[in-house]
Design a protein around this ligand. Structure first.
Ligand code: ADP
Length: 391
């Protein structure tokens, strides 16, 4: 609450007659208001210019400047023009006077002899209006502050967005540099190792062979990491080419590409009809391939099987990639979609921990969601919801 709101409201009473002034003050006296007094129109104006008042009770019959003249000057000054005025008059309730008062923008009229109950009730009504106006002013200034803060945040966001665009462009540049410049020396190291091994086949001892194999494996892993990081960068920066894509066809191609791994592991593939939906075909293939290759990779020995199906969920299609593999512990179900999260690092199963992060990027850029349900030792189902209409 601001200080102005905390202060007691001022009520100005104006009468050239001291006795009247005292009587008015006595009937209004309360600990909730400050009573200011003036005995002439000029004094009243000076008081109003100095103090903000909730209401003014203005005697009409005063010698130098009467109440109507005073009111007219009050209304002319920018600082005082909105102060509500209650004219107090001993003259009978002649229509002419009453209208004159309202013509000056007065808000009410009191007739002498004053009934203290009526005076208090009227002044209280104006005090209530004053309080409400103050509260409105306070809300308005709070709104203004909030608005200004929002504008500041907005312009900061715009700057961040511009910076992000630059960063994205940098990332895309990095992606192409990485693909050419990083993989090229890696290929050279690999060929050099192969030549070294071939040339010295007869003389190499077991330890040296082991070292060369270790170096070859490392270059292979580094190559896989670069490729996957490239995929990750592309999934975030590449412009999507949205078109109507037959998911059944995408599944055919993904299975063809993984044919060797599927045959080697003897994985049974089951499938239900899949929908046609708006997507970037290359990115959708990447998504299917990542999920299917994981389903094959993280299998159990007995009868590995993978099933792909789709369900109509109103505005979305939900695709499900179900396996009967090793499963995922509950506490890891969310983090496996982050970069470099590998639950089976250190086992014979290879990987980079990037595949599911790529999946999440692809799905989110399509306006969809990805999540997994799983039971350790029984299998996992990865769900992908994709909108039926392109965003
Ligand atoms: P990568 O497969 O290269 O290790 P991913 O990002 O594709 O990386 O997967 C992250 C981790 O999530 C994997 O290392 C694995 O521990 C777990 N995971 C992914 N898919 C499955 C699955 N179908 N069954 C069991 N675990 C899985």
């Amino acid at each position: 609450m601001n200080a102005a709101f905390d202060r007691k409201p001022n009520v100005l009473i104006v009468d050239d007659n001291h006795e009247n002034l005292m009587a008015l003050e006595a009937s209004l006296r309360s600990e909730n208001i400050n009573i200011l007094k003036a005995t002439s129109g000029n004094e009243a104006l000076a008081q109003l210019l100095e103090n903000e008042c909730a209401v003014t009770l203005l005697d009409v019959q005063m010698p130098d400047m009467d109440g109507f003249e005073t009111a007219s000057l009050i209304r002319q000054n920018r600082k005082t023009r909105n102060v509500p005025i209650i004219f107090v008059t001993a003259i009978n309730k002649d229509e002419k006077y009453v209208r004159h008062g309202y013509g000056l923008g007065a808000v009410d009229y009191l007739f002498k002899p004053l009934d203290p109950g009526v005076v208090v009730a009227k002044v209280n009504a104006f005090l209530e209006i004053y309080r409400q106006r103050q509260e409105l002013d306070m809300r308005a200034s709070e709104l203004e502050n909030t608005n200004a803060a929002l504008c500041r945040i907005n312009s900061k966001l715009e700057v961040t967005l511009r910076e992000l665009r630059v960063l994205n462009a940098d990332l895309e540049n990095f992606a192409s540099i990485a693909s050419h410049d990083l993989r090229e020396p890696l290929r050279n190291v690999r060929s050099a190792l192969q030549i070294l091994q071939k040339k010295n086949e007869a003389t190499l001892d077991a330890k040296s062979r082991e070292l060369i194999r270790f170096a070859m494996d490392s270059t292979g892993r580094m190559n896989a990491l670069i490729c996957d990081l490239l995929e990750y960068a592309r999934a975030g920066t590449k412009t999507f080419e949205m078109q109507s894509v037959d998911c059944g066809r995408v599944l055919d191609v993904a299975l063809e590409n993984l044919e060797l791994a599927i045959q080697e592991a003897d994985v049974q593939i089951g499938r239900s009809p899949l929908p046609v939906l708006p997507a970037d075909p290359t990115q959708l293939l990447q998504l299917f391939q990542n999920l299917l290759s994981n389903a094959v990779k993280f299998r159990r020995d007995e009868g590995p099987a993978v099933r792909v199906r789709a369900t109509d969920a109103g505005e979305d299609w939900v695709l499900a990639f179900q396996d009967n593999g090793i499963g995922i512990p509950d506490d890891a179900r969310h983090r496996i979609f982050d970069l470099f999260q590998r639950l089976h690092a250190g086992t014979h199963i290879d990987g980079t921990g990037i595949g599911l992060a790529v999946c999440r990027r692809i799905v989110e850029r399509h306006g969809g969601k990805i999540w997994v349900e799983s039971k350790l030792g029984e299998g996992s189902t990865f769900f992908v919801s994709l909108p039926k209409r392109a965003a």
